[in-house]
Design a protein around this ligand. Structure first.
Ligand SMILES: Nc1ncnc2c1ncn2[C@@H]1O[C@H](COP(=O)(O)OP(=O)(O)OP(=O)(O)O)[C@@H](O)[C@H]1O
Length: 336
């Protein structure tokens, strides 16, 4: 098997047209996803995670979106594909699991018809083969009675069951790359763990690469191999799970970790990152984009135009501001 990355993003930018002007939602994204690897993309709401996913999936309207850079998938630049070529790849070689299983399913169609639809488009299987594969898929995603579920409508299923169906649709054609956008956000905690186990199991069985988008560092720690931390449209830090959790560098990563509840901690106060992710129109044009949320760090500690720095072990961090970063002793930003 080639050790070429499955997906290789180079200086990928996506900008949206707002009031007649384009504003960048993701900037200069360089990322690689390999087979047999789960890459987590983590960051607060509004950091650009979904925009990155939908850019890879080719789901943007060119009239209001400007995309540039390169996005090589199995050596082919996705940004150069025609709509027809994209349709061949989407659903077959790249599968997507959406956040909200209810809105991703058609309420008027039986589950089996929604799974078969993908196979109609991408395979030459006979009707019997497609029904057989549908039952196998429902079994593979852990549905106890595939025959029953196949003939049900989405509203007859629980949230966890619906998400399993979404996963069955996403993997129906054994995609090489699976993009899961907040796949467990709408589910309760025990079901979340089952769905993450399922994604991991499928990734191993199919030797696929997975991009797992989440705002939840607990999910990252449990599931991912590699982590890219996004803030305000940029990757601010990237490394293995061990590097990110044991040696977080960028102030944003450290703040995210600091705000995460610790099972073994005696403290009942959680750190809160003050302020908000800037809107696209209010994006800082120079300095570290996270600087306004750590005002106690002097401006001179930030690079004027922050760049990614690669450390000896491959761990990458944007801006040198991490070298002098500390949390103030007297935390105003705490809550009970
Ligand atoms: N079609 C669009 N037109 C204009 N702005 C958009 C569009 N889609 C997203 N944005 C903006 O781009 C930025 C990134 O949004 P995006 O949804 O990618 O973030 P996210 O990290 O995935 O957040 P969430 O988890 O809430 O989806 C936000 O400021 C958002 O308002």
């Amino acid at each position: 098997m080639s050790n070429q990355p499955l997906l290789n993003l180079k200086k990928l930018n996506t900008a949206f047209k707002i009031d007649g002007k384009f504003y960048q939602a993701i900037s200069e994204i360089n990322l690689q996803v390999k087979r047999d690897q789960i890459l987590a993309i983590v960051g607060e709401s509004g950091c650009g995670k979904s925009t990155l996913a939908t850019t890879i999936m080719g789901l943007h309207d060119p009239a209001i979106t400007k995309i540039d850079g390169q996005a090589f998938f199995e050596g082919q630049d996705l940004l150069k594909l025609t709509d027809e070529q994209y349709n061949e790849i989407r659903g077959a070689k790249i599968g997507m699991i959406f956040q909200d299983p209810l809105s991703a399913l058609n309420p008027l169609k039986k589950i089996k018809d929604q799974i078969i639809e993908v196979m109609d488009y991408h395979t030459n299987l006979t009707k019997e083969q497609k029904i057989q594969r549908t039952l196998e898929l429902l079994d593979q995603v852990g549905i106890n009675n595939p025959e029953l579920t196949a003939n049900q409508f989405p509203h007859e299923l629980s949230g966890g069951m619906r998400q399993r169906v979404i996963i069955a649709i996403a993997i129906a054609c054994k995609p090489d790359l699976l993009i899961a956008d907040e796949p467990t956000t709408a589910l309760d905690v025990t079901i979340q763990a089952q769905i993450l186990d399922l994604i991991r199991k499928i990734q191993r069985e199919n030797h696929s690469g997975v991009i797992l988008i989440t705002h939840d560092l607990g999910v990252v720690a449990e599931t991912a191999d590699e982590v890219a931390v996004m803030y305000a449209g940029q990757i601010v830090e990237q490394g293995t799970v061990t590097q990110i959790f044991e040696n977080p560098l960028h102030p944003y990563t450290r703040s995210l970790l600091q705000s995460m509840p610790q099972a073994d901690s005696q403290e009942d106060e959680l750190y809160v990152i003050k302020g908000n992710v800037p809107s696209l129109q209010q994006m800082p044009q120079s300095g570290d984009r996270f600087a306004p949320r750590i005002p106690w760090i002097p401006a001179s500690d930030h690079e004027e135009q922050p760049t990614m720095h690669q450390l000896a072990d491959g761990h990458q961090v944007r801006c040198t501001c991490y070298q002098n970063f500390y949390f103030p002793a007297e935390q105003e930003e705490v809550r009970q």
